[in-house]
Design a protein around this ligand. Structure first.
Ligand code: BTN
Length: 260
């Protein structure tokens, strides 16, 4: 991809954006270590909000210290620098999940759900991961969507629980089209009140009602039925020993009958 192509790519993205994120600083790159890390370095010097889109990442970061591996050109690597989130709002990582699911639904049709706290699933497998990180005066929200990756790629990586949009739907939207749809939906969802966002999240969360195994950082495990989401974004699980409330950073939740 040459410089002219990256310029056209940025222009196409800019044309598709409206409102809040059309006014943000826009970075489109052929390659970057990580779009989240890029924004972390830039955040202090940027006056307002920013959007970063990259064709490839060489050091993609996932939740809980994992890496996020993709093939250049086969995934969406998108990060937002958001400013001025209020404490009355719904947890931002859940809000971003709601927006990504809605954007995928708009462009690709039905069949996408949310796995608590913030994976997006298609056909019961992970199609998108979201990583939100706090910086002074802002929040960076990174979104990685597997668009075109093949079953062979996931097999080689040992990611049997992952899938791409193309594998499930037969085709996938262009990265800049999905990036713009996510940005435009995100603007609306960020402006909604916390109850609306939490209701939307719960309505599309396939974890709720499913049997789950909760694995704590120190190796302890509990099994139960995922019951509800608290206003703080925690998951309430009904176990034999009563209700357990778990926070996203502290545990990993696995479906007992699959990845949900
Ligand atoms: C996870 O599922 O563990 C979260 C994965 C988040 C990946 C995205 S890709 C864009 C942004 N840049 C990164 O380095 N990570 C996020």
């Amino acid at each position: 991809m040459d410089k002219a192509f990256v310029g056209e790519w940025a222009e196409r993205l800019h044309t598709l954006l409206h409102g809040r994120f059309a006014a943000a600083e826009l970075f489109c790159m052929e390659e970057v270590g990580s779009t989240n890390e890029f924004l972390k370095e830039k955040a202090r010097d940027l006056p307002g909000e920013a959007v970063v889109l990259a064709l490839s990442q060489t050091a993609g970061v996932g939740r809980r210290g994992h890496t996020f591996r993709t093939v250049p050109g086969e995934a969406l690597h998108l990060s937002f620098l958001l400013r001025g989130q209020t404490s009355a709002a719904a947890p931002v990582s859940l809000t971003v999940g709601v927006a990504v699911r809605q954007a995928l639904y708009s462009l690709c049709g039905a069949g996408f759900s949310l796995k608590w706290p913030n994976d997006v699933l298609a056909a019961g497998k992970k199609v998108c991961g979201i990583l939100c990180e706090t910086v002074p005066d802002g929040i960076i929200c990174g979104i990685g969507v597997n668009l075109l990756s093949s079953p062979q790629f996931f097999e080689k990586q040992g990611l049997s629980h992952a899938v791409s949009v193309q594998m499930v739907k037969g085709s996938a939207p262009a990265a800049e089209a999905l990036a713009a749809e996510i940005a435009n939906v995100l603007e609306t969802v960020l402006a909604a009140d916390a109850n609306t966002v939490l209701r939307l999240y719960a309505a599309h969360c396939s974890t709720l009602g499913a049997p789950v195994r909760v694995l704590g950082v120190s190796g302890e495990a509990a099994e139960g039925i995922a019951d509800s989401i608290t206003p703080q974004g925690e998951l309430v699980v009904r176990t034999g020993a009563g209700r357990v409330t778990v926070r996203a950073g502290d545990v990993s939740v696995r479906g007992v009958n699959g990845y949900s």
